[in-house]
Write a protein that binds this ligand. Sequence first.
Ligand code: ADP
Ligand code: ZN
Length: 435
Amino acid sequence: MERYYRPEIETAPREEILKIQNEKIVKQVRHVYDNVEYYRKLMDEKGVKPEDIKGVEDIHKLPFLKKDDLRECYPYGLLAVDLKDCVRIQSTSGTTGKRVVAFYTQHDIDLWEECCARAIVAAGGTNEDVVQVCYGYGLFTGGAGLHGGAHKVGALTLPMSSGNTERQIQFMMDLNSTILCCTPSYAAFIAESLKERGYKPEDNKLKAGIFGAEPWTEEMRKSIEEGLGIKAYDIYGLTETSGPGVAFECSEQKGMHINEDHFYAEIIDPDTGEVLPEGEKGELVFTALDKEAFPLLRYRTRDICILTRGKCSCGRTHVKMCKPMGRSDDMLIIRGVNVFPSQIETVLLNEGYTPNYMIYVDRKNNTDTLDIDVELSPDKFSDNIAEMQEMEKKLAAAMRTMLGIGPKIHLVAPKTIQRSEGKAVRVIDNRKLHD
Ligand code: ADP
Ligand code: ZN
């Protein structure tokens, strides 16, 4: 039977959610306009006054905020309350440039942790679970978010942080962890490490994993689920909106429900800024409806995604977002063709390879080159060169079918590609060196 952390909100009829959103947005716009000079100027430039926003249907009138605005306002420029009312600072992992800092009041922390609690309960978590949190603790939001969520659920929380895989495994086994929280790439590494130590999937007590903070494919999900003997759930979020838990997967495992009572989502055309209708692919934009300290309105995430409102078998009524197809800035343009690293991962896993790979892009004689190092599992590795070359050719052909361009594949020996304990870095684009 499906369980909810806050059933009255998570399964509320649409009109009720809309009512909550409308009430919150009116207050929120006033709060931001009165307290954040930077955004007040943006609104004034656009000729929008707080009283023009009567409900979420007016949100499209507001100006966007972009990562550049956050950098420009670093550190205090978007703060909407007195610093003495804040209790926490967190920061982005800096995947795509200078770090951004976000501030939280106690109310903001509670709201965020509740979102994570909803995710844990949706993954089957109760106060009888042992939740092993191996997202990084510290400035990164992963550890703090899931830790707080696990407490709210009343689960026994194991604050491992990331790394030290030996100890992760020892505690997982000795203390009977039932829910694992980390990045999908680290989950794959833990599964691999368990196997190497002779454990079978049924030897651990894990039943579910809550994995996010980086893009991962359905093929990767399958591989982790088999490797650990669990159900793997996706979780999404970003520091700018709080952290993980903005959206989470339910038992249906088809898209993540956005916590719409706190975050209003839009999909826009990244070039024109125009709001796109439901079901269309575009850039995901969030408005925080009731955060106090760092309440971003119409924040452009650069994550490419689709929203859907169909009925979900879990009974939740909140809108769903698909797995982000990568950020607009993850997309590689190689010889004019758009390539997402996730497409490469899909082909690799479908062809029976490991999720350990590195993508190298370069420019030689004015032509883009794409090279992929693919690590072989010990059972596939052989010293027969002709056989290896045949495998490389076959994989390159499968890539060409998927991507529209043919990469050069280099099969490499087991254990030669570095494993990730947090967000995996899988692309090295050397073209920037020449620009
Ligand atoms: P940074 O921007 O430095 O990586 P964050 O740690 O706040 O900072 O990361 C947020 C970003 O991580 C999101 O914008 C998104 O691109 C990515 N992300 C988070 N969760 C997921 C997920 N479940 N699937 C795909 N990408 C995700
Ligand atoms: Zn659902």
